[in-house]
Design a protein around this ligand. Structure first.
Ligand SMILES: *Cc1c(COP(=O)(O)O)cnc(C)c1O
Length: 426
């Protein structure tokens, strides 16, 4: 007899490619049947077979306050009963813009969009329109959504003109994207020496969370700031993931770097689709209809989504919210390292804010190449054993994990007990 999850997965695959609406959800990396979820509350998820899990995915980042937080649900219901969409301005959008500008001071003006992908795509166009240059620089292993010019990884080694890493991206488009190694200061310096006056922008995850978790090396973000300033390029921090996770003011607040443009998403929608691109006024004033850089969206600033974002941002500003969630996350990774150590498993872990990385490797990686050295087979075993014990981790060795404010001592202890059993069986 198939479980209901299995039945649903079979049915899904007949009409939806791989049965999912975003690729990692298909469990391709780890194998097996993904749970189909029915409801969530606080730190927990329930699947179609009625099984309960402690959630460390948090919808890939947005659910920082925990699932179905009463204040957020109430705000959404109230907004929905007033209107689902106007396609016209509302006061709540202004309030969200004001809140984001206050919390992230490098943002002087911003525009709301409906996803992180839209935010980065718009930010790149703005940087090009502002500078009149075409080249963009990104780093291997950083993910910035699925716009054509950003779906480019690196060939190995030093700076290369990018090859498309997705079919369907014309080489002419990918050719304007230069890919460097994350944390490699000398590559940055050399590239700017050679092509500095052609570079429109450098886009970077200031803490990389899409190749597992990789922290910026001392001086890396500073070097980017310095080179961009010197050569008139736009420094674009993609804080879609790190915003309100690494610190209340994002990674830029934690590391004390002021980018020219910032993209936000995930947490600012509280689980509904909201993204934002913002930054220096003189750049933002280039956007239509004030300026020549076109951008638009039928559902941009949607009142229900904005209500969820505002309610979530109210929660993250509460006293001790950040310090508590950061301490919970640290207790999780310290506990995991202890359990792995006593089971004799080669393992390391680290956290920043409410993001964490788990590595089947002796020490945390500092580059994409080092991330690739992690023992993927061991991760897959670990993942499935934890899943069976009711702990839902991201189904890939290359994703960061997320803790919410609803995770407490009880959830962490249950997770560590599951990890103890799992590490012993690895
Ligand atoms: C998730 C993510 C995106 C893409 O956001 P979507 O809402 O999935 O389009 C862009 N950049 C970073 C850093 C992300 O983590």
């Amino acid at each position: 007899m198939n479980t209901r999850n299995e039945q649903l997965f079979e049915r899904a695959q007949r009409r939806i490619p791989a049965g999912v609406n975003s690729p990692v959800r298909a469990f391709g990396a780890v194998g097996g049947t993904p749970p189909f979820f029915e409801r969530a509350s606080g730190a927990h998820l329930w699947d179609a077979d009625g099984r309960r899990y402690i959630d460390y995915v948090g919808s890939w980042g947005p659910m920082v306050a925990g699932h179905t937080h009463p204040a957020v649900v109430e705000a959404v219901q109230a907004a929905a009963s007033r209107a689902l969409s106007f396609g016209a301005p509302t006061e709540a959008e202004v309030e969200l813009a004001e809140t984001l500008c206050r919390l992230v001071p490098s943002i002087e003006m911003l525009r709301l969009v409906s996803s992180g992908t839209e935010a980065t795509m718009t930010a790149i166009r703005l940087a090009r329109g502002f500078t009149g240059r075409s080249l963009i620089v990104k780093f291997e292993g950083c993910y910035h959504g699925h716009a054509d010019s950003l779906l480019v990884k690196a060939g190995s080694g030093a700076l290369t003109f990018g090859n498309p890493s997705s079919a369907g991206v014309p080489p002419e488009v990918a050719g304007h994207t230069l890919v460097l190694s994350y944390n490699d200061l000398s590559q940055v310096e050399n590239l700017f020496k050679e092509k500095g006056n052609q570079i429109a922008c450098v886009i970077v995850e200031p803490v990389a969370g899409n190749m597992n978790l990789v922290l910026p090396a001392p001086g890396f973000l500073e070097e980017l700031r310095e080179q961009c300033t010197r050569h008139g390029a736009v420094l674009l921090f993609d804080e879609v993931m790190t915003g309100f996770r690494v610190a209340l003011g994002g990674a830029q607040a934690r590391y004390g770097i002021r980018p020219d443009l910032t993209t936000l998403g995930k947490v600012i929608g509280g689980g509904l689709p909201v993204g934002a691109v913002g930054g220096r006024r003189e750049i933002m004033e280039k956007i239509a209809p004030l300026g020549p850089v076109y951008q638009a969206g039928t559902l941009s600033g949607n009142p229900v989504a904005v209500a969820a974002g505002l309610a979530t941002l109210k929660l993250v500003q509460e006293k001790d919210f950040q310090s508590k969630i950061e301490a919970t996350t640290r207790s999780l990774i310290e506990g995991l390292m202890k359990e792995a150590n006593s089971a004799g498993v080669t393992f390391s872990a680290q956290s920043i804010g409410s993001m964490f990385g788990l590595y089947f490797r002796a020490s945390p990686p500092t580059s994409f190449a080092e991330v690739m050295e992690c023992d993927k087979e061991r991760f897959n075993k670990f993942f499935h054993a934890m899943l069976v014990l009711g702990v839902y981790l991201a189904p890939s060795a290359y994703e960061a994990g997320f803790v919410s404010a609803a995770h407490g001592v009880v959830e962490i202890e249950k997770t560590l007990a599951a990890a103890r059993e799992t590490f012993r069986g690895l």
